[in-house]
Design a protein around this ligand. Structure first.
Ligand code: SAH
Length: 361
């Protein structure tokens, strides 16, 4: 799929795979290797004009300018956190839509949390993005542009080391563009980020999870579980009525066995809803069904939801019960907690030793 320039019908070369780009350049009677040159300019040197691509012949640069373009994205705001080393970016897309990304530093690790959709259709009751409703899917180029723009702003010797799909949207509901974006992120001609440093977080679209398993990508998969009974999970996440806990855990297990990687379960702790001792015991039992580790995420209070974060001692007690026999990441209250994120949930995603540590404010 190529993205037509909204005003001019020009083709966006960003977001095309090497294969697609090779096909295009040969159609233009150019040698195939031009595709790699173009990718190198777009992804390694972050060029947005053909004029800047100085190792291409001048007439080719002119021809490309006439028929194609390289998308970029417009940063509306950058909100640095005072409390720690996170920066929230608000981007404006060509149609005026806005999405957020969060840049997080932790020693040598530079993580970017990307959005995959404008808004979200999953309607999870505790999530601020859900309150916006769903507008549209992002293209692969728009997903990549979040990374490329942020990377351009880093010191020259630094680059993004980790990517988490935990921003706005449900990545597996935008399946094709998400997978394409991952392939371009990991391609050496693209951003060259190792698959193992990329995490896709899903609300549990079991059918898509199985399809994702068949892609044979060696990235990380995080399932937002958030409930230990179908009743509670359906209340929090309506998608559970379609893909209940049993099915979604089966799909996660199949992924973990096929990729030989432990899955991550995410569990947002909400006071009086899913934080009881019984929940903790049930969660421990559910975790026994698959190779996995757990991220406990104290609920990040948002406007328009009546949910509350549990008290610290309750969170700790929950963690102790689940951690008995299982890998549970330490709970971190950090990463951009003071950044007023429009979608309210992008603040504190954090990754340590392959373990996702999201969402605390
Ligand atoms: N749609 C995907 C990715 C976006 S949400 C998914 O559901 O996984 C990323 C993570 O943020 C999910 O684990 C979700 O449960 C969590 N989350 C959403 N709203 C939150 C809030 N208000 N407080 C804490 N975590 C939240």
């Amino acid at each position: 799929m190529t993205l037509q320039h909204p005003q001019t019908d020009k083709i966006n070369l960003k977001g095309l795979t090497l294969f697609e780009l090779e096909k295009l350049v040969t159609q233009w009677d150019e040698p195939e290797y031009r595709a790699k040159q173009l990718m190198s300019w777009m992804y390694h040197r972050q060029a947005e004009t053909f004029e800047a691509m100085t190792n291409l012949p001048r007439n080719l640069r002119q021809k490309l300018t006439d028929i194609a373009y390289v998308s970029g994205t417009h940063v509306l705001t950058r909100t640095p956190s005072n409390a720690d080393t996170a920066v929230k970016y608000l981007f404006e897309l060509t149609d005026g839509s806005r999405v957020e990304s969060v840049l997080m530093y932790d020693q040598d690790r530079i993580t970017v949390c990307v959005s995959s959709q404008v808004g979200c259709a999953m309607a999870c009751d505790f999530c601020a993005t859900a309150k916006m409703g769903f507008f549209r899917n992002l293209t692969a180029a728009e997903i990549l542009d979040q990374l490329i723009t942020i990377e351009r702003e880093l010191d020259t010797e630094k680059s993004v080391t980790h990517v988490v799909f935990m921003g706005m949207g449900e990545p597996l509901a935008n399946y094709d563009q998400t997978v394409k974006a991952i392939r371009l992120m990991t391609d050496a001609n693209g951003l060259g980020i190792p698959e193992a440093k990329i995490t896709v977080s899903t609300s549990g679209l079991a059918r898509r999870m199985r399809q994702f398993t068949s892609e044979r990508l060696r990235c990380n998969l995080a399932l937002s579980l958030n409930g230990t009974t179908d009743e509670t999970r359906t209340r929090l996440m309506p998608i559970n009525a379609k893909y209940p806990i049993d099915e979604v855990l089966d799909a996660t297990r199949e992924w973990a066995l096929a990729t030989q990687r432990p899955a991550t379960l995410e569990y947002v702790l909400i006071r009086g809803v899913n934080d009881s001792v019984t929940d903790a015991r049930r969660l421990r039992k559910l975790m026994g069904r698959l190779p996995c580790k757990l991220n406990l995420i104290p609920f990040n209070e948002i406007e328009g939801a009546n949910f509350r974060r549990p008290e610290l001692n309750q969170i700790e007690r929950f963690r102790r019960i689940v951690a008995d026999g299982h890998h549970v990441a330490p709970i971190r209250f950090s990463k951009g907690r003071d950044i007023a994120a429009a979608c309210g949930q992008l603040r504190t995603i954090y990754e340590k030793q392959g373990v996702m540590m999201p969402q605390v404010s």
